[in-house]
Unconditional design. Structure first.
Length: 202
């Protein structure tokens, strides 16, 4: 091997090493991201002490939520919404930390959920940072299981539900997997209203 060939080979190896070093390490960053987010939210999650998000059951998933996943606000775990809501009636309440009517309604839903015969209640936080939502729930003393649908303009849960621009918005998911928007009342002021709306939409 001539000296020129050796130098050419060395230059080629160096060039390849430089290209590899400059390549973006998306896999490393994405793996670190969730754990960093989870660690940052740990104090707020501890203070909020939310009930666990519903686990996937053996029943047929709710078709309207087919393939829809969201993060459990209480622990960051991924929730398959269609499977988690399958098999039994559930009241799904969409709210945001900046929404004033939501601040009034969330404690009412908490009180309703504690009553005998109440259906499951699942909160869906939207259009606001997860930490803000956790802090609000802690302040209100509301521990309902909730999922986080992102703080942007449209998350997968909102898209599946076709949530209106004004919040809060509530939906009844029947045991048969039908999803029904509750239009009257739009905001619950007491538990009697919640119970009547659930029965009316069943």
């Amino acid at each position: 091997m001539t000296t020129v060939t050796k130098w050419a080979l060395a230059a080629a190896v160096l060039a390849v090493a430089l290209i590899v070093a400059l390549l973006p390490r998306g896999g490393d960053d994405s793996a670190a991201g969730p754990s960093e987010d989870s660690a940052a939210l740990a104090p707020a999650r501890s203070a909020a002490a939310l009930q666990p998000c519903p686990a996937a059951g053996p029943a047929q998933p709710v078709k309207q939520f087919d393939g829809v996943e969201a993060d459990c606000l209480g622990d960051g775990a991924s929730v398959d919404v269609g499977k988690a809501l399958a098999g039994a009636p559930a009241l799904v309440n969409v709210w945001a930390s900046w929404c004033e009517p939501c601040r009034t309604e969330l404690p009412v839903l908490q009180e309703y959920a504690r009553q005998p015969g109440a259906v499951r209640v699942l909160g869906v936080q939207v259009q606001s940072p997860a930490e803000d939502g956790l802090n609000l729930l802690a302040k209100l003393g509301v521990h309902l299981p909730s999922v986080f649908d992102g703080d942007g303009p449209g998350g997968p849960v909102r898209t599946a539900l076709k949530v209106p621009s004004s919040l809060p918005a509530s939906y009844l998911v029947t045991a048969a997997g039908e999803v029904r928007f509750i239009a009257n009342p739009r905001t619950f002021g007491n538990t009697d209203q919640v119970r009547a709306a659930v029965e009316g939409a069943s």
